[in-house]
Design a protein around this ligand. Sequence first.
Ligand SMILES: [Fe+2]
Length: 314
Amino acid sequence: MSAVEAPPVPVAAGDLTTGRAAFIERAQTRGDLFIEQPYELYSEANQETWRRLYRALAGKWEQHAHPRFLDGVARLGLDPDRIPRLQDVNRFLEPLSGFRARAVSGYVPAYLFFDCLRRREFPTTITVRDGDRLDYLPEPDIFHDLAGHVPMHTDPAFAGVLVRFGDAARTAALRAGDGDCRSVAEVSRVEGALRALARFFWFTIEFGLMRRPGGAGLCAYGSGLLSSAGEIGHALESPRVQRAPFQLEWVVNQSFEIDSLQPLLFVVDSFRHLEREVRRLERWLREGRLENVAPGEPAVSREDLRSFLDAGLQ
Ligand SMILES: [Fe+2]
């Protein structure tokens, strides 16, 4: 080992469990965000966690998922018994919508994440959650990203919505780059725009409900619902959940908590409706109407803020 190489990370090799995967820690130490999926490192325990999650969700998907999500699961050929290989998923996915899943080693700064969507790339976590905490999800894992998000990406209308999010983020970044100096007030305005974008994404792509096409009732298209057995049933069945028609003014000002069951969800009529609202979001960002949204969650990290300010200057 040369003097400049990082010392080995003291975690078990041969395992891709979230929070304790040596492969991931080494990639992060090197600063490698985009990585390969080292499939041989999945342990039998990782594969068993995937199987248990899939079994817990499959019936709930039949009951509560948007029909396009169920189509997506079938078209991608997701295997209930084996963690998918990203390259296999992409072989089916790319011809359908131009999207592809791209493995990442960890958190993707906000602007970079949205810009990936603009280029039809979906940053995808490759680790698997701890089998002892099947329904507890403080951070994404491969089940959330590949089984929760990616089936919807097979649908061209939904894929188009994701690209529009990328456009909206670019609009926000370019507006951030317009400032001559970085005054406190200016940074606060960029923070406001970022918070609005994050809230919109949360209440749609992560936790969105939609009117069931051609029928009565609601269904789930948000990945946070589709990857959690507890959350999906709660979202669609609990009398304690408020399910409100989507209102942009409300959504961008609404705080949320990531570590408890969601008490408030928003309902869109269709993917066309959702796309109209994302376009409206972009227009409001361009017009500077979202720079003073209500304070509260989510907090905007320095890394996320920096990603937007830097992108605006390029
Ligand atoms: Fe997600």
